[in-house]
Design a protein around this ligand. Structure first.
Ligand SMILES: [Ca+2]
Ligand SMILES: [Ca+2]
Length: 231
């Protein structure tokens, strides 16, 4: 009975964890025998969930929350973070617009860059979006003599609790139009914790389950050897 129940339990735990991780949100690492199981998610483009690529293009995270279409740092508050957003062509910008979609209020500095190594800090202070808000759009006026090619946004992530997720960054033009980030990098990303739902990811997951079952069988064997009850 012990053999059956233990093996079954292990498999059920593994399957439940996989299923529980297939939705929005940071599935927190499940500790099994001291080893953190890598979260697994099944959505389109899931290898890029929360990656800097999620900063590219117009806003697509339509509500507040821990949602995969926004960039998220690797840790909640482990270090201060930054994102660097590039634009397809130099732009005469009137304003930098930042869509904060989860735990807003962490923007501490905004720097704009030009094609000829120009660099100007246009904001250094407290994020205009309050930390109490569920989400918000932060606007920073640009008053520089050059066309903007890149924007760097520094985030006081250590200070503002939780993942400070950003959905999109745009440059508002003087005519009211907005151009959106075409390429982005970041100080860190939660995305690297994720595996794709493609064959590689499934193979890795199967290997993970196999290793867990083997570990459980070894433990079961050890427990049986210690069992003083008559066979
Ligand atoms: Ca934070
Ligand atoms: Ca986005």
């Amino acid at each position: 009975m012990l053999r059956l129940s233990f093996a079954s339990l292990a498999f059920v735990v593994s399957c439940c964890y996989v299923l529980s991780s297939t939705s929005y949100g940071h599935a927190q690492g499940l500790q099994i025998f001291g080893r953190e199981v890598v979260p697994f998610t099944i959505t389109d483009n899931s290898s890029q969930n929360w990656s800097p690529d999620q900063l590219v293009g117009p806003p697509d995270t339509l509500k507040s929350g821990d949602i995969v279409t926004a960039w998220a740092s690797l840790t909640r508050d482990g270090q201060d973070e930054w994102i660097l957003c590039e634009f397809e062509k130099p732009t005469a910008a009137a304003q930098v617009t930042v869509y904060e979609t989860y735990n807003p209020g962490a923007i501490s500095k905004v720097t704009v860059f030009g094609a000829n190594e120009q660099e100007v800090v246009i904001f250094d202070g407290t994020d205009p979006v309050p930390t109490s808000a569920p989400r918000g759009i932060a606007n920073f006026p640009v008053d520089v003599e050059f066309e903007v090619t890149k924007v760097k946004i520094d985030l006081a992530s250590k200070t503002v609790s939780g993942w400070n997720e950003i959905d999109a960054v745009g440059l508002r033009l003087w005519n009211g139009e907005t151009v959106w980030t075409s390429k982005a990098t970041a100080s860190s990303t939660y995305a690297r914790n994720y595996v794709t739902p493609a064959s590689n990811g499934i193979t890795e997951l199967k290997a993970e389950i196999k290793a867990l079952r083997a570990a459980l069988e070894r433990l079961e064997s050890q427990l049986l050897s210690l069992d003083p009850s008559p066979k």
